[in-house]
Design a protein around this ligand. Sequence first.
Ligand code: ADP
Ligand code: ASP
Ligand code: MG
Length: 601
Amino acid sequence: MALIVQKYGGTSVGSVERIQAVAQRVVQTAKAGHGVVVVVSAMGKTTDGLVKLAHEISAQPSRRELDMLLSTGEQVSIALLSMALQELGQAAISLTGAQVGIVTEAEHTRARILDIATERMQRHLADSRVVVVAGFQGISSQSDLEITTLGRGGSDTSAVALAAALGADFCEIYTDVPGILTTDPRLVPDAQLMDEITADEMLELASLGAKVLHPRAVEIARNYGVMLVVRSSWSDQPGTRVISPVPQPRSLQGLEIAHPVDAVEFDTDQAKVALLRVPDRPGIAARLFGEIASQDLDVDLIIQSIHEGNSNDIAFTVTQNSLSRAEAVAAAIAPALRNSAAPLMGEAEVMIERRMAKVSIVGAGMIGRPGVAAQMFSTLAAAKVNIEMISTSEVQVSCAIAEADCERAVAALSEAFGVAGRAAKSRRRVRAADLPPVRGAALDLKQAQLAIRHVPDQPGMAARLFSLLAEQNISVDMIIQSQRCRLIDSVATRDIAFTVAAGDVDAALTILQAASFSFGEIAVDRSIAKVSIVGTGMVGRPGVAAQMFRALAEAKINIQMIATSEIKVSCLVAEDQGVEALCVIHTAFGLSGNEQIVVPA
Ligand code: ADP
Ligand code: ASP
Ligand code: MG
């Protein structure tokens, strides 16, 4: 007999008929002799409807009252599903988050789970009852019983957390698609189903816009080794397994908040090539990285910053012994990159830094916690380490710094995060030849770009900027500093561009405008889309980024910003080209198949 946690999303319980169908499936599992805990979402689009109601009453509803309101959606579903189970002769009981004892932080609308009491559920399971738990909700403490919610899409997180707390044999997420696909089938109908995906890849995909799983659910599965499967509630297909490494034993206390950082990693074999003032038009990145890949040179970080007067800077890192070849490629291509829109600016200029290092903090616990990256930047600033390039992903923040600063940086970061520093695995050694270079693609239309001009180029600027935003819980993504320095009143300055969630852009602007240090104007672009590719197999395999850039160039899509991390490449493009960009990339990597996925309305 196994203990199984099953979660059914909104569409899966969207009508009486659907609830009855779910009840049938639950009964089958219970009749096979398994203990079943079911987690359900609110019916259909109930939560959206409640949010809309709140905004009809108030432009900025109190977060406490929002939680009070939104948590009602799930309460309806648990009662109806329990009744449907009882109608089928199956003993069942519904429990709210508070009744179970799902204790969270007191952060309304975005609470993290701290602890889950299991006694009450265990008692009902021992009496052969199916336990039906409301997803997405908890209470701030056992004494003051404030209702909290986990953030939109959070029922997945409730389910995986319950599975971890109960030590369940596995957790099944039932939804309206057959499993995890190479991309969103609503946008790309020939997306293909995967049998399995690693938790690291899924974490990236989920945070880059694939809403099939809440990123925090993947984080918990990865940290606690929960066997996680995503399947359709319409069929008996096996779905997609999310594979986690065998985890270190860890306490269930502080479930979602312990250990934001697992390790500090460093790599002293890095060198930087930057091309300044390259024309801002489709095809440039494709050409440059196509040439680099044809020399079989593996590029690690790539960043392309915002343009100023029709030109961009592109910078990338390679290993030190491939620098001379990378430099030769860049120098050979530079004369051809004459900026026809601004001929006076002349041709692109190549800039080299020979002795660089990369320091990274790594850990799934930093998801949605902007304070962690800010702490990394301020720790480096306090150690007087200047950050030359920043690359972020959901589970890693990397900074390129001078090699001479590396030891100091690692010591300071290890102390700040209470973990030991370790040498990063050589990219060549971890090359995983049998993995596909790209596992999936994602589109995020809910981002906006901010660019701050003329930020003084001194240690600590990134720390100050991003700490201010982190204090208001604003997460920043794709942080890119321009490679060019410009003298303003004889102070060297750089531009810093980054993306935030579209809903945070006004708050971010207000905070920055009120900030007490000097920089130039702040430019905002709300009409952007971020397209990304993700795959563990791209590590150590030259040419993957080049192939993405080429696909975009062939579709005449201009890339506004590029940022890479170990297992992803993201490009910002114009919002109205987002879906087209996703489709061409998906096809370029051979992810499309013949089967068309039909998604229930
Ligand atoms: P639920 O209500 O069951 O939680 P969601 O709407 O939150 O369902 O998530 C399922 C949806 O996620 C799918 O209908 C699909 O449109 C979308 N989606 C986005 N990316 C992917 C992907 N890579 N694989 C599968 N579905 C995806
Ligand atoms: N009902 C909540 C939402 O729509 C939680 C969930 O469905 O996961 O965001
Ligand atoms: Mg969902």
